[in-house]
Design a protein around this ligand. Structure first.
Ligand code: 13P
Length: 210
């Protein structure tokens, strides 16, 4: 996809995510890697009403070059995209169920959501680190995000929400959606005996689907 198509796709994904309540108000931000820099949703923008022409553009050194002022979470996106060269996009949401798990006092360091369904394992993976609380936009979070990104495609920020990367924008959005659904299932099943995928079944998914 060229830049114009990616801008339109980003606005379309934003509209769909917002429409289903995966972000509310002006919460959430999305970045996409380009051959000559990055696209990023503008700060204080509503994901449901993004104007493709006003999406922020940053150069390869993450300097703002055009469009509206970028998200204050530029450090978060930079940490993931620089740590994971294969990642083409990052989606940060405040989706309710993933955020609820991120608010638990003891969410579980590396696996706060159990492997209940194949698509969670295939899209998000085996490990989901929880990064300690930082104020939104705090540049001090960058090393902690980079450390989590070294271990996994996605992470939860304590008391804040999920950060998910993917090879492409579509992949990152689909993984963020799977993460939210898996979090919802985990909460729905709390207190009931659920069958988790076995380590061998998880291994089989990861080797079959990469
Ligand atoms: P921005 O509006 O600056 O992107 O911040 C929204 C957000 O989700 C903070 O985490």
């Amino acid at each position: 996809m060229n830049e114009t198509q990616l801008r339109e796709r980003l606005a379309e994904h934003g509209r769909l995510l917002f429409g289903r309540g995966y972000s509310v108000g002006s919460a959430g931000n999305i970045s996409v890697r380009l051959p000559d820099g990055y696209l990023m949703t503008p700060t204080n923008s509503c994901l449901g009403r993004l104007d493709p022409d006003r999406i922020s553009k940053l150069d390869p050194q993450w300097r703002h070059v055009s469009g509206d002022k970028p998200s204050k979470e530029v450090f978060m996106h930079r940490a993931v995209l620089e740590t994971r060269p294969e990642a083409g996009a990052v989606v940060h949401l405040h989706s309710t169920h993933a955020t609820a798990i991120a608010c638990l006092a003891s969410p579980g360091e590396a696996a706060p959501i159990p492997p209940l369904t194949p698509y969670f394992v295939m899209r998000v993976g085996r490990v989901l680190p929880v990064v300690r609380y930082y104020r939104p936009g705090d540049a001090a979070m960058e090393p902690a995000i980079a450390e989590a990104a070294r271990q996994a495609r996605a992470m939860l920020l304590a008391n804040h929400g999920p950060v998910v990367s993917g090879k492409t924008l579509d992949d990152a959005v689909y993984a963020a959606e799977e993460l939210e659904e898996a979090a919802k299932l985990a909460l729905l099943l709390q207190g009931r005996e659920a069958r988790r995928l076995t380590p061998a079944e998880v291994e089989d998914l990861l080797t079959t689907f990469g």
